[in-house]
Design a protein around this ligand. Structure first.
Ligand SMILES: NC(=O)c1ccc[n+]([C@@H]2O[C@H](COP(=O)([O-])OP(=O)(O)OC[C@H]3O[C@@H](n4cnc5c(N)ncnc54)[C@H](OP(=O)(O)O)[C@@H]3O)[C@@H](O)[C@H]2O)c1
Length: 263
């Protein structure tokens, strides 16, 4: 068995997060899941043998509060797994004026990494292979000016992934490590919606593996050594050129610093 680690998994109440959290518990780790649904989250935590921290990653106010709750519940975090994400079907702005997935998928992990950096040793960022389809326009993507029910998710996962090498660089002397992982294309609630697109998605999902297929490859990264890497399941892969635009990455970082008011 690996050394027992204290592991925090955001959005651990269902889908990939739940599967990864359950696998981490099976490996002997002390696991805390976060969920914006306190009752459902508590039930899942009980079922899998984890602790629960209630936390909503929808906007600056609630995400800051969630960071405070996580810090209070888990003063020393060996591994923070950013798993929570949303695939929006329509443009919804949060109370800060950000498109909801831009905030939850990109700005919330960015904020938590800053607010918790004095107490984390490692970050595992659940990414998405669809990042290759992403295009981030720093003028339009944050408020969903370029919103698309099919592409915005990829755009926000790309923005999020582009921060990984920059966090690795920021943390190189402190010893905090960060890796990103695509968990596979899986049958979860991601992107659920009504109408024709929803039906199509449901049909496609029937043939997919369940979220449990992500549990082992993602859990393997909890205790891994290395930083700034991207994995497709268990395989390390170089980032495609779209994610290696250094000028855009720096611009997105600087904009995120201003957006979430961290240094
Ligand atoms: N499924 C796939 O095929 C696939 C492929 C590539 C990457 N991924 C990645 O895997 C991760 C998990 O996705 P999934 O497939 O498991 O999706 P899911 O079943 O839709 O679960 C998403 C999780 O994120 C939480 N979440 C969403 N918005 C939140 C918010 N504002 N505040 C707090 N929690 C929030 C959800 O909480 P609620 O239950 O409260 O909504 C839920 O726990 C994501 O990072 C996704 O990008 C998934």
């Amino acid at each position: 068995m690996d050394e027992s680690l204290s592991v925090v998994v955001t959005g651990g109440n269902r889908g990939v997060g739940r599967a990864v959290a359950a696998e981490a518990v099976r490996r002997g780790h002390q696991v805390t899941i976060t969920s914006r649904q306190p009752e459902a989250g508590a039930a899942v935590a009980r079922e899998i043998g984890a602790e629960l921290v209630a936390g909503d990653l929808s906007n600056l106010r609630t995400a800051r509060a969630a960071a405070g709750e996580i810090a209070a519940a888990v003063p020393a975090i060996d591994v923070l797994v950013h798993n929570a994400a949303v695939w929006p079907s329509r443009r919804v702005l949060n109370e800060d004026g950000f498109e909801e997935s831009f905030f939850t998928n990109h700005l919330a992990p960015f904020l938590l990494n800053h607010l918790l950096e004095d107490r984390i040793r490692r970050v595992v960022q659940v990414s998405a292979g669809l990042y290759v389809m992403g295009r981030v326009d720093p003028e339009r993507t944050p408020a969903g000016g370029d919103f698309s029910a099919t592409k915005t998710y990829a755009n926000t996962k790309l923005a999020n992934l582009m921060m990984v090498p920059l966090f690795a660089e920021r943390w190189k002397d402190s010893g905090i490590t960060i890796d990103a992982v695509h968990p596979g294309v899986l049958r979860t609630g991601l992107g659920e919606r009504g109408g024709f697109q929803g039906l199509l998605l449901k049909t496609v999902k029937r043939s997919l593996k369940s979220a449990d297929a992500a549990a082992e490859p993602v859990a393997d990264l909890l205790a891994a050594e290395g930083t700034g890497r991207y994995f497709n399941g268990r395989r390390q892969r170089p980032l495609k050129p779209v994610a290696r635009d250094a000028d855009l990455a720096r611009r997105l970082w600087d904009d995120a610093v201003k957006a979430v008011e961290v240094a």
